[in-house]
Write a protein that binds this ligand. Structure first.
Ligand SMILES: *Cc1c(COP(=O)(O)O)cnc(C)c1O
Length: 389
């Protein structure tokens, strides 16, 4: 054993398959080629000013500079309870049904350690956010994939889950509006999830990263608004994408009070909570005007239409997403996800994400992120039209 050899759990993580693509990007950039990345989902615009002001005030206050508690500040918990009531019509007890998380990524990862034993099973949407599979693997458990079926509106077919898998599963990771497919939750699907979770005693973890980022008048629900959801599930609400706060690490877990207590118990052993100044800034975000959010969504709508229009012109059959910051499109005939991403890079010097990055059911698709300034998106789209049509 060498001193830097990874643990067996870390060794069990799937290898990174896209080093070759990254090597090509680095090569092009080194050769002075202007490569435009439409790969990463990280908002390009700054955090809204009222949130930054709240942070500036909170950070200067010595009382906010101490160790936070993992239960969270009352202002944070109350702001979430009010927001969930007004925005989703969901009643949240600020004392027992919401606590902060240091970003959704931390929360999802630590939920695996709170609920999974070695040899246990978690159900993970596929394609999906990589932590739905990486978290269980690192916890010594097994992720079982729930393929999202395009014909079902990118919902998984729960009746196709083998009985022995459903019997062993403790967690189920879902996410709508969905990254990477851009799909919104199909009518009636959350109701099916609640009865499936009840039947098999599975804790549902709904990863709500995009409910505030929607278009064309679509208003995304909270999973917790589904009758019975709070008995079987929790929702992780991240401020990262909707409020342009990816760097702040500000999220909360809401819903089933016993499950939240278990997560809290794990957390008291792992980290020291979310910086209280960030909690106060998060409360200001939730309580503030929705104006900046709405303007941001108008910007994404404009970019989405540019991208969808150009893709259709080059013969890609794509539908315009009603939510998220992504366009998810099938690769043209004769291509795999990676070969198409390599072609786009080669011909147009544009980076798109191969769908297979998000799981085996992502094969045959590619993802374009809308988090690049308008002029650069226009330029990227122009190059794709010119070189790939
Ligand atoms: C971006 C993203 C996250 C990460 O959220 P953080 O709060 O920044 O950790 C989680 N889930 C999905 C589906 C995402 O797209």
């Amino acid at each position: 054993m060498g001193i830097a050899d990874p643990s067996k759990r870390l060794e069990a993580m799937p290898p990174y398959m896209f080093a070759e693509l990254e090597r090509k990007v680095a090569g092009k950039r080194a050769a002075g080629i202007d490569v435009i990345s439409l790969g990463i989902g990280d908002p390009d615009e700054p955090t809204y000013p009222h949130i930054v002001s709240a942070m500036q005030e909170a950070v200067a206050e010595p009382a906010n500079q101490k160790y936070p508690s993992n239960r969270g500040r009352p202002e944070f918990r109350e702001a979430f309870a009010e927001f969930y009531d007004e925005r989703f019509g969901v009643e949240i007890d600020p004392e027992a049904e919401v606590i902060p998380a240091v970003g959704a990524k931390e929360c999802i990862y630590n939920l695996c350690f709170a609920f999974l034993d070695p040899g246990g099973v978690a159900l993970a949407s596929d394609p999906g956010y990589p932590v739905y599979t990486g978290g269980p693997i690192l916890a010594g458990a097994t992720p079982e994939l729930l393929p999202l079926v395009p014909e079902l509106g990118f919902a998984p077919d729960l009746s196709a889950v083998p009985a022995e898998v459903a019997a062993k599963a403790r967690l189920m990771f879902l996410n709508y509006p969905n990254n990477p497919s851009g799909a919104v939750v199909p009518e009636g699907f959350f109701e099916m999830v609640v009865s499936f979770a009840r039947e098999h005693e599975i804790l549902v973890v709904h990863d709500n990263a995009y409910s505030e980022t929607t278009y064309d008048g679509y208003v995304a629900p909270s999973f917790l608004a589904t009758p019975g959801a709070k008995e079987v599930g929790v929702e992780v609400f991240s401020l990262s994408k909707g409020y342009n706060m990816t760097g702040w690490r500000c999220a909360a877990i809401l819903g089933n009070p016993e499950a939240i207590q278990t997560y809290w118990r794990l957390k008291t052993n792992v980290d020291s909570g979310l910086f209280e100044a960030v909690q106060l800034a998060g409360a200001a975000a939730l309580r503030g005007s929705r104006g900046p959010l709405e303007r941001m969504n108008e910007t994404y709508t404009r970019r989405r239409d540019l991208v969808v229009g150009a893709l259709r012109e080059i013969g890609v059959e794509v539908s315009a997403p009603k939510g998220t910051i992504y366009v998810w499109a099938p690769v043209p005939e004769g291509h795999s996800s990676t070969s198409f991403a390599e072609l786009v890079l080669e011909e147009a010097a544009v980076i798109v994400s191969p769908g297979s990055m998000y799981g085996p059911s992502g094969e045959g698709f590619f993802r374009i992120s809308l988090t690049t300034p308008d002029d650069r998106i226009s330029e990227a789209v122009e190059r794709m039209r010119e070189h790939l049509a």
